[in-house]
Design a protein around this ligand. Structure first.
Ligand SMILES: Cc1cc2nc3c(=O)[nH]c(=O)nc-3n(C[C@H](O)[C@H](O)[C@H](O)COP(=O)(O)O)c2cc1C
Length: 360
């Protein structure tokens, strides 16, 4: 129906496995790409050498197109050190109380430098580069496009869609409020940018039509099966981007406790959480989230809090403590299936075909 993105990128199905920083692997991305979708690496937390290594590992497994995703952030951060000290005291006390051996540390750097990551991405030269949390500069966009890389921006509102369309992005992925993981929001307060996908898709398409009528719009948020992919396409999406649906695959790097908790995730317990990273993200409300409730005002923002909670999250994953782990997921997480990625792609496309035939 809307073949523009699929044709341009050279994939078979209108299906993108979402880049998920910390959860995607070369094995996952390659399996999806081999099966005809677009596999993606979430590289937002990776240093440049690791970006190059993951891209090379993916290429060793598939010759098909895949994507790499980064967070658009300033190169350097100067967190409020008083807030950092308060967070360390609180987190260390929590780990002690919970019997977790780890303690917080001051990292050498709060996050990888974006300009270095971007240079590695250009060198890795994936078919698709996607971005969240901000807008590229016109020069950064041009450099990527000059290399033949298809650039996809993330938008959570019509205004953010317009911003990427005016910049000249090749496509925009609209992230509905249902979506798992961090909000990509960059023009608004995250609370004010919680637009559901059914409302956002037509609004984003109208906004894009004003300056870039042919720009494909990709749908993300709460899509767990082929019927929902078709529904997004009926609303005008050129493809669907599924994150949570792929977390249950054996190729995903999600911790065992996280994978175990997803099928039992009740929709009303899947909420917006700031206390793991300092940035709004959707995931399972658990013991940690409840313990930190009301503390956000005294804690530092992203990426400082994200770096400070890393030892806890690592230790909790190793100890099988899902109740202390950032269990990111979309609102429909309970529909997750623990199938190998290639099988999941086949099942999704069977469902998509069956839903299309049922409408004939
Ligand atoms: C565990 C997890 C990590 C994510 N990390 C990223 C990321 O690094 N970059 C990005 O653009 N989106 C990220 N997302 C959001 C996805 O791109 C997408 O918007 C979302 O998964 C769609 O909702 P769904 O999870 O209900 O399918 C992440 C989502 C999840 C569940």
């Amino acid at each position: 129906m809307h073949a523009s993105f699929v044709r341009r990128v050279g994939i078979v199905h209108p299906l993108i496995q979402a880049p998920m920083a910390g959860a995607t692997t070369p094995a996952l991305a390659a399996a999806v790409s081999e099966a005809g979708g677009l596999g993606s690496l979430g590289a937002g937390y990776l240093e440049p050498e690791a970006i190059l290594a993951q891209a090379a590992d993916t290429r060793a497994l598939t010759r098909r197109p895949f994507g790499v995703n980064l967070f658009v952030l300033p190169d350097d951060f100067e967190p409020d050190m008083a807030a950092v000290a308060r967070a360390r005291a609180r987190l260390d006390a929590l780990m002690e109380r919970e019997g977790i051996e780890a303690r917080t540390q001051l990292p050498a750097r709060w996050a990888p430098r974006f300009s270095d990551q971007l240079a590695a991405l250009r060198e890795a030269r994936p078919a698709v580069a996607s971005f969240a949390f901000g807008l590229l500069s016109p020069a950064q966009l041009r450099e990527l496009q000059a290399l033949g890389i298809v650039v996809v921006g993330t938008a959570t509102t019509a205004a953010e869609t317009r911003a990427w369309a005016e910049l000249g992005a090749d496509a925009v992925c609209v992230q509905g409020a249902e979506a798992g993981g961090h909000r990509g929001t960059f023009l608004h307060a995250p609370d004010e940018a919680m637009v559901g996908l059914f409302a956002l898709l037509p609004l984003a398409l109208r906004a894009a039509a004003e300056c870039a009528p042919d720009m494909p719009v990709i749908a993300a948020g709460g899509i767990m099966d082929g019927r929902a992919m078709l529904a997004a396409e009926v609303l005008g999406a050129a493809a669907s981007q599924l994150g949570t649906a792929f977390l249950g695959c054996p190729e995903s790097a999600a911790a065992a406790a996280w994978k175990r908790d997803l099928p039992a995730a009740e929709d009303h317990r899947v909420t917006t959480i700031r206390s793991f990273s300092g940035r709004a993200a959707r995931g399972l409300r658990n013991r940690y989230v409840e313990a930190m409730e009301g503390a956000m005002a005294e804690l530092p923002g992203y990426p400082a809090l994200n770096a400070l909670t890393a030892p806890l999250r690592r230790a909790a994953a190793q100890a099988g403590r899902g109740d202390l782990l950032s269990e990111w997921c979309g609102q429909a997480a309970a529909l997750v299936r623990d199938l190998p990625a290639a099988e999941l792609v086949a099942v999704l496309m069977d469902e998509y075909g069956a839903a299309a035939r049922a409408l004939e």
